[in-house]
Design a protein around this ligand. Sequence first.
Ligand code: AMP
Length: 195
Amino acid sequence: MGVDVVFFGPPGSGKGTQAQRLAESLRIPQVSTGDLLRGHVAQGTELGKVAKPIMESGALVPDELVTRMLRGRLAEPDAACGVLFDGYPRTVAQAAALDALLAESGRRIVSVVFLDVADEVIVDRLVKRAALEGRADDTPETIRERLRVYREKTEPLAARFREKGLLARVDGNRPVEAVAADISRAVAAAAEAAR
Ligand code: AMP
């Protein structure tokens, strides 16, 4: 049996990099709703057409659309025994939807990694990433907007997960290796406790 783990943190926290490493070590697929949405945009699907301007503005794509997309991804065979959720849930409604989706197959979240990073570090990293990757949603204005949306809609989820005893806060203001080691330890302990 695999495990279901949620990864969250501000844009530019190094979440994608750390999530990829953890998914590899746990041998579960990393499911990034941002990547899935970018795939839809690139392919010009109906969802992609709706999502594109929203993503470019730094706002969140409506919960129902993202949740429907995620449901489809979870139906794929590689997701049957656990998933690392990267960038989902981002709202209270999505957190409830994820619990319900997992419950359909008798699963539940075993750990929520909260990668905590200071604002100054984030803006600096995102500006550098914009230059490297040429992401359309990494302009200074959208960076600020995405951070604002994150603080308003997503960060409050930390309290919800803490109440459920699932939150593993990791200080992300440190070198990649040190952060990765803390994350592995926290998730291993949670997975062990959930057995
Ligand atoms: P990310 O790559 O996770 O930073 O996501 C890039 C953009 O995709 C976000 O700024 C949102 O516009 C959109 N997005 C990704 N995941 C979600 C989600 N769970 N809910 C709503 N919008 C999302």
